[in-house]
Design a protein around this ligand. Structure first.
Ligand SMILES: [Zn+2]
Length: 82
């Protein structure tokens, strides 16, 4: 049902980006629920719910903004472009 997988991308700053369908997400309430990282700035309602194994059990992927753009360095690290 949810064929797309969540990707975990390392950033130049040593953090990890959680990406799904080219959009970035942030964990809330532990590791079972993710919200669009533009929730606060754009009031975006997109969210993902995971099971204990990290599989997507529910996905609300209607964003009200275009996906963020990233630059990939030669080392395979990602930099968010504004
Ligand atoms: Zn969004």
């Amino acid at each position: 049902m949810f064929s797309d997988k969540i990707q975990f991308l390392p950033t130049l700053g040593g953090k990890t980006i959680v990406m799904y369908q080219n959009y970035t997400f942030s964990y809330v309430n532990g590791k079972r629920c993710l919200r669009c990282s533009r929730k606060l700035t754009m009031k975006c309602d997109a969210r993902l719910t995971l099971d204990a194994q990290g599989n997507i059990v529910s996905a609300l992927t209607k964003h009200n903004h275009p996906p963020p753009k990233f630059h990939r360095t030669s080392e395979g690290l990602y930099i968010k472009l504004q």
